[in-house]
Design a protein. Structure first.
Length: 135
């Protein structure tokens, strides 16, 4: 069973502060396993890192607390842009992997910051799709 979502938004918080936000034009929530497929200009905003990951489709898998894509991705960080095909990003920012990547350091930039290791426990309330319509 699936629920179709319009403009879904997900937010991951640590101690009440947002650390990651995800959004897309549409999505599909899988009722049994709680996976959420974000599609159509899917974006991850890493709030504390001032970074954005963009791709056409992004799957959030709550069991592993990861976002995954096999599509082309662009990661924009202060001072750098990383392009590749496919990614795995931990919802706690402990791991962001981009496959087949090409990095571009922007002149005058300080380079990409390292992801921070945070211990985040996702609950159904903290990881649910917000703003979508469950049809």
């Amino acid at each position: 069973r699936k629920a179709l979502l319009t403009e879904p938004r997900l937010e991951v918080r640590d101690l009440g502060k947002p650390i990651l936000r995800a959004q897309a034009r549409k999505g599909t929530a899988h009722i049994e396993n709680h996976d959420v497929l974000l599609s159509g200009a899917a974006k991850l905003f890493f709030v504390q890192e001032d970074s954005t990951l963009e791709t056409e489709e992004l799957m959030f898998v709550p069991q592993t607390r990861q976002f995954r894509s096999d599509r082309e991705v662009i990661l924009r960080r202060p001072g750098a842009v990383v392009r590749g095909t496919g990614c795995v990003a931990g919802s706690d920012l402990s791991e962001v992997k981009i496959f087949n990547q090409k990095s571009v350091i922007q002149p005058g930039g300080k380079g990409p910051p390292s992801p921070k290791a945070l211990d985040v426990l996702l609950s159904p309330e903290g990881a649910g799709a917000k703003g979508g319509s469950g049809r």
